[in-house]
Design a protein around this ligand. Structure first.
Ligand SMILES: Nc1ncnc2c1ncn2[C@@H]1O[C@H](COP(=O)(O)OP(=O)(O)OP(=O)(O)O)[C@@H](O)[C@H]1O
Ligand SMILES: [Mg+2]
Length: 252
């Protein structure tokens, strides 16, 4: 049975999409059959693997029960990597699901049919704790939290942990934090090291061993519609994400 992992953090621009895309592609390269699911109306994950956001069937159609999950799956040009795309139509979901019964488990129900076909199902979340992110947390076996080493990130992490606890209590008792991933990392900054020390006090066993350093190549790759392992295989970003994918496989 495939493992569903949500890449979540309600803070914007912390590296959720970059990490979800590049870890999913690295898992594929390591021989794991992987499905990447874009759950953000921005559709950044979709374009990052070279797929047009104008595709006919998206994750939105699954949430409102208009299509089956397998009809939304697109095969990418990358090894062992499929995609369920998203686009701005997903903005409607937040409102349209308000009155729907069991609205928090729509994604879980939709993905049920696909779980057996993949080793990993990697979900990219939007920067909010609304109904879309709740759907991903209800569906997930584990959560990866990408974060930057700043003090406000620690406050954001506390809020996210409260939400995770609530989802665990109400809907998904087995949900767990698979790992906390440090992104845009600069180990020479004092602030970075202070935040890392603080994180280690509470989450020592959750921190991924490899942080992702700041890298221009990682910002360039999405413009070419390619994950970093296909854009510049031996760049430091690619090497880091493959290491992190290996660690993820050991963890879940
Ligand atoms: N390691 C890195 N080095 C340099 N730039 C990075 C790195 N990781 C991500 N970025 C850049 O930072 C910006 C935000 O990253 P990304 O889109 O992955 O974050 P996000 O959390 O998905 O954002 P949002 O909350 O809007 O969905 C992007 O321009 C991305 O290219
Ligand atoms: Mg994103």
């Amino acid at each position: 049975m495939g493992r569903i992992i949500a890449f979540a953090n309600q803070k914007g621009g912390v590296g959720k999409t970059t990490s979800a895309v590049n870890i999913a592609a690295s898992l594929g390269l390591l021989g794991k059959k992987t499905l990447l699911i874009d759950c953000d109306p921005q559709g950044n994950t979709t374009s990052s693997v070279g797929v047009s956001r104008k595709t006919a069937v998206t994750v939105y159609d699954l949430l409102i029960d208009r299509a089956k999950a397998e009809d939304a799956v697109i095969t990418t040009e990358f090894k062992n990597l499929d995609l369920i795309p998203a686009n701005s139509s997903l903005n409607g979901a937040e409102f349209e699901l308000v009155d729907v019964e069991k609205r928090e488990s729509r994604l879980k129900d939709a993905l049920g049919q696909l779980k057996g076909k993949y080793d990993y199902l990697i979900i990219d979340c939007p920067p909010s704790l609304g109904v879309l992110t709740i759907n991903t947390l209800v569906a997930a076996d584990g959560i990866v939290i990408p974060m930057q080493c700043e003090f406000l990130s620690l406050e954001g992490l506390s809020q996210l942990v409260v939400t995770i606890r609530q989802v665990k209590q109400r809907w998904n008792p087995d949900l767990d934090i698979t790992g906390i991933l440090l992104t845009m990392y600069n180990g020479r900054l004092n602030l970075t090291m202070e935040v890392v020390e603080e994180l280690k006090k509470y989450y020592a066993n959750k921190l991924f061993k490899t942080p992702v350093a700041r890298s221009v190549r990682l910002t360039e790759a999405p413009g070419w519609g390619k994950p970093i392992v296909y854009f510049d295989r031996w760049s430091k970003g690619a090497i880091a994400y493959v290491e992190i994918a290996k660690e993820l496989v050991q963890r879940i």
